[in-house]
Write a protein that binds this ligand. Structure first.
Ligand code: TRP
Length: 442
């Protein structure tokens, strides 16, 4: 079996913080060492432009994020590590997907909808101050994912809708133009920590409560000492429940260290002492990476080289794949024999009979054959697996309608019951539909 492909993007709009490290960088670097996956990590700088219009910040963030991933141990020779804007095939694929993306679906994207709702709450025009990049964001993200045939996309919960949209665009494209895209799934790791910030809310740039991953050690210490706690005095038992300090400790500690800290809380450790322990724990893990980070930041030309090599490697996949997609949609070399045009306004795929596969309530895998107008021609029997049902359909398509007969329990094919004709349908209409389908696909 082909290796599973795992892909994720990091928007280059800020400075990496401890939350990004524990939630994304650390698990990704660990996953990249597995032999059974192919990992794709990229700097989503086109996405950054949607919200950042400060060029120096986009550049600086790109450098900082690349340096952070490398300092954290990502080995660019084991993975695909590249900058989105170095892959011109991505915006080109974005357009192809734009033309199959339902506008209504994009209207319902959470980030866009939240911006519209805010405007409406303030009595403004619904689209006031909203750039079209925000609206198109899910399509660009789908292009990132579909370009490389990613199976799994590790993301936070807030991004799950985007992966579902990518599946939707991919399925529509496949339906219209052939099976080109892998349908991706969101991978949400329940064990991966979402870290609280200095004030106890989720650590996030938008709350201004972050601890930068590579803050100099004095600043790291000062920030940790400023974490909000309650007013329990030394000697008073403290609750680990809802304690930002404890959660941060846990995200960097071994199981044993965590249990020891849990006991210390129960025994009334002073907040100052607990903070000191957290400083030491984090500093111990960050300091060696910080040295590497600083030396990388001092040599931007090396990072630039790494990213350019990454782009060459990524384009070895992207360039030929996009050529196939251009061919599929009809952006073609005119010297190739052109098929006669289909009647205007009626795409071939929609006008053909089609198979629909689905799962029955009892868990069996079934299918239907619909005519060009969506009317039922055949209700298939259940199968044990989607694969079996799929293979049966494939053989049925290949038959072009030959070898069907009517038996006591319905339509038979290859000596077994295939399904039932709905009232009013005939075996001949079924044969005709299968013949038409075979001809269209030839
Ligand atoms: N939208 C993602 C975020 O804000 C970043 C991103 C861009 C991404 N393209 C992607 C993530 C493709 C996964 C796959 O976190």
């Amino acid at each position: 079996m082909a290796k599973q492909r795992v892909l994720t993007g990091i928007t280059t709009s800020g400075t990496p913080h401890l939350g990004n490290y524990a939630g994304a960088i650390r698990p990704a670097v660990a996953a990249s060492l597995r032999a059974d996956v192919e990992s794709f990590y990229f700097l989503a700088d086109y996405h950054a432009l949607v919200k950042v219009q400060d060029p120096a910040r986009v550049q600086r963030s790109t450098l900082e994020i690349a340096a952070s991933w490398l300092a954290a141990g990502l080995d660019p020779s084991r993975v695909w590590f590249y900058r989105q804007s170095d892959i011109p095939e991505i915006p080109e694929l974005t357009w192809l997907l734009t033309c199959v993306a339902g506008k209504g679906l994009l209207n319902r994207a959470h980030a866009y909808k939240a911006a519209v709702d805010r405007n409406q709450a303030e009595g403004q025009d619904p689209d006031a101050g909203i750039n079209a990049g925000l609206f198109m964001y899910p399509v660009l993200m789908a292009a990132d994912i579909l370009m490389f045939g990613a199976h799994q996309v590790p993301v936070g919960r807030d991004q799950v809708q985007h992966i579902e949209m990518a599946r939707d665009f991919a399925a529509r494209f496949n339906h219209l133009f052939g099976e080109h895209f892998v349908l991706p799934s969101a991978a949400i790791d329940e064990h991966v920590a979402t870290l609280p910030g200095l004030d106890g809310r989720k650590m996030s740039k938008s709350y201004d409560n972050t601890i930068p991953l590579f803050a100099p050690s004095k600043q790291l210490r000062a920030l940790i000492l400023s974490i909000v706690t309650d007013s329990r005095a030394p000697g008073e038992a403290k609750s680990t429940e809802g304690s930002a300090l404890f959660q941060l400790y846990q995200a960097f500690a071994t199981g044993e260290q965590t249990e020891a800290m849990r006991r210390a809380f129960a025994e009334g450790i002073a907040w100052g002492e607990a903070k000191q322990a957290l400083v030491e724990l984090i500093e111990g893990q960050v300091a060696p990476m910080r040295d590497k980070y600083e030396s990388l930041m001092a040599r931007p030309d090396e990072i630039e080289d790494v990213l350019r090599e990454g782009a060459v490697k990524a384009r070895r996949i992207a360039t030929p794949f996009l050529a196939t997609l251009r061919q599929a949609v009809g952006l073609r070399d005119l010297r190739q024999g052109a098929a006669p045009a289909k009647p205007a306004g009626k795409t071939a795929a929609r006008r053909q009979p089609s198979f629909k596969q689905y799962r029955e309530p009892d868990g069996r895998f079934s299918f239907k054959l619909l005519d060009a107008e969506g009317g039922l021609l055949l209700q298939g029997v259940g199968h044990d697996s989607a694969r079996e049902a799929g293979q049966r359909i494939a053989r049925l398509k290949a038959s072009a309608g030959e070898g069907l007969s009517e038996g006591g329990q319905g339509v038979e094919f290859e000596g077994a019951v295939l399904g039932q004709l709905p009232p009013g349908a005939t075996l001949d209409s079924l044969r005709d539909a299968l013949a038409a389908l075979a001809e269209a696909e030839a």
